[in-house]
Design a protein around this ligand. Structure first.
Ligand code: TXA
Ligand code: MG
Length: 351
């Protein structure tokens, strides 16, 4: 299969530019497209053949459900049943935007889209191209992140092409995504609201709209804990990992730099290619051939936006041992570290 790449300027495009993509979606094909979080790999949520193609293209385990992307509140009633008051309040407050809400599913939504579950994850994205694609095609678009299963999520069209070229019909290249980490996921299918995946929409933001918000214990844990399995099936897999071995070092900036410089020297002596993930403020503290800044500690959104690009860059550079600072503080820190810790397969040390 030849994957067509279509460039679209999100700030200035006309409906005709999305015509091919809409036709592909209506006929059961796959189109990767930009959203405000990460690129999604889209197919018709109501077409079981399309969803099975998504699993195949990504190499994704078939018990890991897809998020259904919608463009209007009417679409919500096409896919979800028994919509709870609190879920509806959250939808009204945060859509369009980076929040995914889980409801009971309509029986018409195929089980192949929901990984066999009786619930469905729904999100109305705010990205102009994503919105227009859903609206113009008339298709509710099932879309996981457009990476090969286990790889860092794509924040540029080039990342999608690296992983999925020849496996999908089209990539819409709308440039970089803004937020850079995936949507927050909440379960609103029961009596309270449960956060299943942290993201740009934080617990405090949710609490401004509804009370009774709790977090799935699995997402707050810094170690894989026995007997605690993540309630979002996708959160239990090894994920986002670069090819090299990643170690997170936490502590004061000078202690972290001291520890990392020592580890780098050791590995370099053994002949390995090493790299350091630092920040604008700390990058001069290191001695290593490859030192990359993820963003600025003064602007935590820049750290979230830099995360997946830097993990992929480590692969392009062939880094075998990667040492990273911890990005724990501030509001988005929890969401960033949730991903970093998985990418590091839970390897963290304190300096
Ligand atoms: O920002 C995002 O959410 C991006 C863009 C493309 O919208 N999408 C995304 O999809 O991150 P994906 O497939 O990479 O992650 C979806 C997560 C998985 O962890 C999955 O297990 C969980 O959502 N999920 C989906 N449906 C669910 C359900 N019914 N119950 C519990 N978890 C669910
Ligand atoms: Mg994903």
């Amino acid at each position: 299969m030849v994957t067509k790449v279509q460039k679209i300027n999100p700030d200035n495009f006309i409906a005709e530019e999305l015509e091919d993509a809409c036709n592909i979606l209506r006929s059961g094909g796959l189109v990767a497209f930009p959203t405000e979080t990460v690129y999604g790999l889209g197919g018709d949520a109501f077409n079981p053949l399309a969803s099975s193609k998504i699993y195949e293209a990504k190499g994704r385990p078939s018990d890991n459900p897809l998020i259904v992307h919608i463009a209007s509140m009417e679409d919500l009633y096409r896919v979800a049943d028994g919509i709870t008051d609190s879920g509806l309040k959250l939808a009204e407050a945060f859509w369009p935007g980076p929040l995914t809400i889980i409801f009971k599913k309509k029986k018409e939504v195929p089980l192949s889209t929901t990984g066999g579950l009786s619930t469905v994850a729904v999100r109305m994205p705010s990205h102009a191209v994503a919105m227009e694609l859903i609206r113009q095609s008339g298709v509710c678009i099932a879309a996981p992140s457009a990476n090969k299963s286990g790889r860092p999520s794509p924040v540029k069209a080039e990342h999608v092409i690296d992983d999925l070229d020849g496996r999908i019909d089209m990539v819409i290249d709308g440039g970089g995504t803004g937020i850079g980490i995936e949507s927050s996921i909440v379960d609103a299918s029961g009596s309270g609201i449960v956060i299943l995946r942290p993201g740009y929409i934080t617990k405090d933001m949710l609490l401004n709209v509804v009370d009774n918000v709790t977090a799935d214990p699995a997402i707050e844990s810094r170690r894989p804990k026995e007997g605690i399995t993540a309630k979002a099936p996708g959160m239990k897999y090894r994920h986002y990992a670069p090819e090299g071995e990643l170690l997170i070092v936490e502590g004061s900036p000078s202690a972290v730099a001291g520890k990392i410089n020592m580890l780098v020297e050791e590995k370099e002596k053994e002949g390995y290619k090493t790299a350091v993930i630092a920040t604008d403020e700390t990058k001069d503290l290191y001695k290593c051939e490859i030192i990359k800044s993820i963003g600025s500690r003064k602007n935590e959104a820049s750290i979230a936006a830099g995360l997946y690009g830097i993990l992929r860059e480590m692969d392009y550079l062939g880094a075998q041992y990667i040492y990273s600072e911890s990005f724990d503080n501030d509001i988005l820190g929890g969401a960033v570290m949730n991903r970093m810790i998985k990418a590091a397969a839970y390897h963290i040390v304190h300096a």
